[in-house]
Write a protein that binds this ligand. Structure first.
Ligand SMILES: NC(=O)C1=CN([C@@H]2O[C@H](COP(=O)(O)OP(=O)(O)OC[C@H]3O[C@@H](n4cnc5c(N)ncnc54)[C@H](OP(=O)(O)O)[C@@H]3O)[C@@H](O)[C@H]2O)C=CC1
Ligand SMILES: O=C(CO)COP(=O)(O)O
Length: 340
C-alpha cells in the first residue's frame, strides 16, 4: 500500500477527504454514507442543476424525498472536487468510467486509492472496470465496492452490508474500516476481480428476472432462472480468475437475491417492462443492458456455456422474443445437473 493510501490509517481512524465522482442515486447515497462514516465529502456532478439541488439539500431527480445533509459539498469543477482528496469513489455508470477517469486524470492526487462503485463490463472492449482504471491512472491503487445495496436504502441509513475489494488485502481492510459506520457494514476482500464480476453480471439476471415476472412465467421459472443464471455467473467468473467463494458472497449471490426479487432494482424494472411489452425508452439506467451484450460475446469467444446470458442479449438486441428464448432454453438437450 502507498503512503497516501495508508494516510491516517489504523485504530482510531481520522476523517478523510473523500471525493465522489457522480451525482446520481448511488453517488449521492455513498456521499451520505461517507459523511456518516466521519469523512468530509466533495461530490462531483457534471450537471449544474444537480449541484444546485444538492446545495439546497435535495437531489430530486435521483433520490426524491431524501434529505441531503449540508456537509456534502457538490461541484461541477473536477479540479475542486479532487484537490486534497485522500480517496476517490467513482460512481458514474460503467460505460462512462473511461470518460470520467480521463476527465479526472490531470487533477488526481498521486497514490490515493480509487474505489470503483459502478457495476458493469465495458461494452466495446470487454474490460473490467479495474483494468480501465489501471490503464488510465496507473499510479493509483484500485479497489471496488459492491454488494446488495439500493441507493435509497443506503441514503436513508437503513442497515446494509457491502464488500470492499482490492488486490492489496491491507488496502481493502483499511478502506472497509474507514467506510463502515453504524448502519453500513463493509466486509473486505482481496478478490478484486471476483467482486467486480459478481456486481456486473447480476444485472443481466436481474433483467431476466424482471422479464420472467413481466411475461407471467411464474415463480418456478423465476427460481430456475436465478439458479441456472448463478451457475453461468460462476462459470464466467472462473474464466476471469474470480474465486468461487467470492461469488457465493455479497457481490454475487447477495446482489442476485436482492435485484432478482425486487422491482426497486432498475434492472429488474427494465426486464419487467420488457416482459410486459411496454416502452423501454426513458427508463432509468439499467447497467445489465450493455453488460449482457459483452458478457454474451465473452462467453461465446471463450466457449463458456451461458445460454441465459445469450438469451438476454438476443432479446435485448431484438433478435429473438421472450417466448422464443423460453422455448430454446426449455428444449436444450437434457443433461446431468452440473453446478459449476
Ligand atoms: N442506484 C443504486 O442503487 C446502485 C447503483 N450502483 C451502480 O452505480 C453506478 C451508477 O449508478 P447510479 O448512480 O444509480 O446511476 P444514476 O443514473 O442514478 O446516475 C448516474 C450519474 O452519472 C452521471 N453520468 C452519466 N453518464 C456520465 C458521463 N458520461 N460522464 C459523467 N457523468 C456521467 C449522471 O450525470 P447526469 O445527471 O448529468 O446525467 C449521474 O450523475 C452504476 O454502475 C450502478 O450499477 C451500485 C449499487 C447501487
Ligand atoms: O446494484 C444494485 C443494488 O445492489 C442496484 O441495482 P439496480 O441498478 O438494478 O437498481
Amino acid at each position: 500500500m502507498t503512503d497516501r493510501a495508508m494516510k491516517g490509517g489504523g485504530p482510531g481512524k481520522s476523517g478523510w477527504h473523500v471525493a465522489v465522482l457522480g451525482g446520481g442515486a448511488w453517488g449521492t447515497a455513498l456521499a451520505l454514507a461517507m459523511l456518516r462514516a466521519g469523512h468530509t465529502v466533495r461530490l462531483f456532478a457534471r450537471d449544474p442543476e444537480t449541484v444546485a439541488a444538492i446545495g439546497r439539500g435535495e437531489n430530486p431527480r435521483y433520490l426524491p424525498g431524501i434529505a441531503i445533509a449540508p456537509g456534502i459539498k457538490a461541484t461541477s469543477d473536477m479540479e475542486a472536487a479532487l484537490t486534497g482528496a485522500d480517496c476517490v469513489l467513482t460512481v458514474t455508470p460503467a460505460q462512462a468510467l473511461r470518460a470520467t477517469l480521463a476527465a479526472a486524470r490531470d487533477h488526481m492526487p498521486a497514490g490515493i486509492p480509487l474505489v470503483l462503485c459502478a457495476k458493469g463490463i465495458e461494452r466495446d472492449t470487454g474490460a473490467l472496470l479495474s483494468a480501465i482504471a489501471a490503464e488510465i491512472l496507473p499510479p493509483n491503487p484500485v479497489a471496488a465496492l459492491s454488494g446488495p445495496s439500493f441507493a435509497s436504502d443506503v441514503a436513508r441509513g437503513l442497515p446494509t452490508a457491502v464488500v470492499v475489494a482490492a488486490g492489496d488485502e491491507a488496502l481493502a481492510a483499511n478502506l472497509a474500516a474507514r467506510f463502515s459506520a453504524e448502519n453500513l457494514r463493509c466486509y473486505s476482500s482481496d478478490d478484486l476481480i471476483g467482486v467486480e464480476i459478481g456486481g456486473a453480471l447480476k444485472n443481466v439476471f436481474a433483467i431476466a428476472a424482471g422479464a420472467v415476472t413481466g411475461a407471467g412465467l411464474g415463480a418456478s421459472a423465476q427460481a430456475a432462472m436465478v439458479t441456472r443464471g448463478f451457475v453461468e455467473l460462476r462459470r464466467i467468473g472462473a474464466a476471469f480468475g474470480a474465486r468461487p467463494e467470492t461469488l457465493m458472497g455479497l457481490s454475487g449471490l447477495g446482489d442476485l437475491l436482492l435485484t432478482c426479487s425486487s422491482a426497486q432494482s432498475r434492472n429488474f424494472a427494465y426486464g419487467l417492462a420488457l416482459g410486459q411489452g411496454k416502452a423501454l425508452s426513458g427508463l432509468p439506467l439499467a447497467e445489465g443492458v450493455p453488460t449482457a451484450a459483452i458478457a454474451a460475446r465473452i462467453a461465446a469467444e471463450r466457449e463458456i456455456d451461458a445460454p441465459i446470458i445469450a438469451a438476454v442479449a438476443a432479446i435485448l438486441d431484438g433478435t429473438i422474443t421472450i417466448g422464443q428464448a423460453v422455448t430454446a432454453l426449455m428444449t436444450r438437450p437434457l443433461k446431468t445437473e452440473t453446478n459449476d
